[in-house]
Design a protein around this ligand. Sequence first.
Ligand SMILES: [Zn+2]
Length: 189
Amino acid sequence: MNWGDEMIETFSEGDHQFMQLALKAAVETQALGNLPIGSVLVIDGKFEGSAANRLHTHQDFDSHAEKLLISKSSKAIRKASEGGKRIELFTTLEPCLMCLGTAVLNRISRVVYACPEPYGGSGHLRPELIRPWYPQVWPTIHGGLLASESFTLLKTYMVKNSQVWGDVLKVYENPKSWSESPWSPFINR
Ligand SMILES: [Zn+2]
């Protein structure tokens, strides 16, 4: 698997609608002082729930949008998984190691993210390099849906909070790393 393997040409109308809901959750949590990241869980094509990043609100390292969402939906996820249903996670930023791991262990079928995360994203990890069980439960990962909308939100927050986020923003905007990645067309810099 290479950078870009998870990129697909087109997303469905439903994909767009769910990512719009995730972006709405991101905007709402930004108003509370949190980095704007939102997530939506979809089971069998139906909205199951949403959550947003609460790192600032909760003052911890744990309250990522995807992790909060999967934790609060964990029983529904298990029931759906055992019933052979399709479980999709839409999130406005490429998941970190913790959230991708949580998604894998919860048998999420598909992860769709908006903005690539060049600093701490894990969407391009190769499960076959870990241990044999992981490739069996690894989700399909698609990135780049409404990436510009998400990046604009993140950038606005990072500029406003540049004392903390300035260095991370530099990585996001690094022309070298972006030009070498297939994600650059998605981002309006
Ligand atoms: Zn995370």
